[in-house]
Design a protein around this ligand. Structure first.
Ligand code: DLL
Length: 431
């Protein structure tokens, strides 16, 4: 489609030269290390333990001397022991619950909210949105960062906001039609739900042109399904609670050749998750992020757990100069090993979506059968598609044949938030 090749929210910073990016990172990183060291006991302790003296810190050359952080730090310092600003300057909070107990809390000063809005406004523009467009926000407007990030960015860009949040999918479609929604933002699996409902209702949405989806891995084949199902251009937006939320880490542009990370706000490293050593551009590894413009809770060498690789550092055909990452292929701890084959759930999705008549609702059941890992695939399909076809395609793509079967449309339970695609069992029992 390639509608808007050069739609910048911030044409200067989005096109900084490599030298300008390095200079701004250098200055901001030094300031951030001093800020965290001087204003927070947790950061100070960690720097001391690592032998880092913030007064003598030299910037990018010393980056690798800084200790790593992870979600564990957020949980241990719950709720606000990582906060680096006076309590009365906090303007907002968001939180992700995750799977294990203590939530991750992110606090924002007004400057942090503005930084988020700037990143999100850049993402909207990068997808071709403009002031006056109608933006329908389907991620929850609550503790989850998705809805508010969409809101702050849309307000900054100057669009008409339709803040539906998730749920009541039939009404979403009616509103999209009646309000002439141009841009819809959604968690991937809810985007699929919207597409299914629009098809069921036989809805015509001629104004809807742009779909911005994220929060979950989605295969190129799924992107294609959503794009053709809704007749829209699909963009892959990235971010997480710890970086400040949706859009903070960027999005792909109309060239659809990788996620541009806003390098004037975040420093990107890719490491080998086992050795923790940096790895070369092009090699798959764990993404490590340092935020250099956030005040309340900055992150310094935060191990995201997400796996990706640097696709390119060259200027993109869209004109942006910021580094491009491959779409997230999974989390470090999501990799499945079945019958000696290592793969990610997104590869199963890519394989399933190749089969004509297979629908985008599926589950991967992984059973530890007395120490032997087995996989069973459940996928919805139109009449005529057989389980045999599914197993054959998976065998071709993954190199082994898991069990699997097809089910009629509507059989697999839908979720409003992020979908739980992989169900783990032990000896056939839920765990
Ligand atoms: O999911 C932020 C977000 C909301 C992004 C809506 C995009 C759209 P968390 O709940 O903290 O925040 O989850 C962050 O979700 O570490 C990734 O594992 C995953 N994730 C986020 N975006 C993508 C994406 C939001 N585009 C975690 N592709 C991250 C793949 C993604 N995974």
């Amino acid at each position: 489609m390639n509608t808007t090749m050069n739609n910048f929210f911030n044409p200067v910073e989005e096109r900084y030269s490599a030298d300008e990016i390095a200079a701004v990172q250098q200055k901001r990183l030094c300031a951030m290390v001093r800020h965290t060291d001087q204003n927070n006991a947790y950061f100070h302790r960690r720097y001391q333990a690592a032998g880092v003296d913030s007064a003598g810190f030299r910037g990018l050359d010393d980056l690798q001397a800084l200790p790593f952080m992870s979600k564990i730090d957020f949980r241990e310092q719950y709720p606000d022991a990582m906060c680096c600003v006076p309590k009365n300057t906090i303007a907002e909070m968001h939180m992700s619950s995750g799977s294990t107990g203590t939530p991750v809390v992110m606090l924002y000063t007004l400057n942090d909210v503005n930084q988020w809005a700037e990143c999100m406004a850049r993402c909207y523009c990068m997808a071709g949105a403009k002031p006056g467009d109608v933006v329908q926000i389907t991620p929850g407007l609550g503790l989850f960062n998705g809805g508010f990030g969409c809101f702050h960015g849309a307000r900054k860009l100057g669009t008409f906001i339709v803040p539906t949040g998730p749920g009541n999918t039939q009404r979403q479609i009616t509103l999209a039609k009646d309000m002439k929604t141009n841009v819809i933002v959604s968690v991937v699996s809810y985007g699929i739900r919207i597409m299914e409902m629009a098809q069921q209702m036989n809805a015509d949405l001629p104004d809807l042109k742009i779909g911005i989806f994220g929060a979950e891995t989605f295969s190129p084949a799924m992107k294609e399904r959503i794009s053709s199902g809704l007749g829209i251009e699909v963009f892959d937006i990235y971010g997480m609670t710890e970086t400040g939320g949706i859009g903070t880490l960027g999005q792909d542009c109309c060239a659809h050749n990788g996620i541009h990370v806003w390098e004037d706000h975040y420093i990107v490293e890719i490491i080998d998750p086992t050795t923790k050593q940096p790895i070369a551009d092009g090699e798959m590894g764990e993404l490590v992020i340092t935020s250099i413009t956030r005040e309340a809770i900055p992150i310094i060498r935060f191990r995201t757990g997400d796996l990706t690789r640097v696709l390119s550092r060259k200027t993109c055909e869209c004109g942006r100069t910021h580094v491009r990452l491959a779409p997230i292929s999974g989390r470090v701890d999501d990799m499945l090993i079945i019958k000696g084959v290592n793969f990610f759930p997104s590869q199963v999705e890519q394989s399933l979506m190749k089969i004509p008549g297979v629908l985008p609702q599926y589950r991967i059941i992984v059973n530890d059968n007395h120490g032997v890992m087995e996989m069973y695939i459940e996928v919805e399909a139109e009449p005529g598609v057989t389980g045999h076809q599914v197993v054959k395609q998976l065998r071709e793509d993954l190199g082994f044949a898991p069990d699997g079967d097809v089910f009629p449309p509507g059989s697999i339970p839908r979720q409003e938030g992020k979908a739980k695609r992989v169900i783990y069992k032990k000896d056939g029992m839920d765990i």
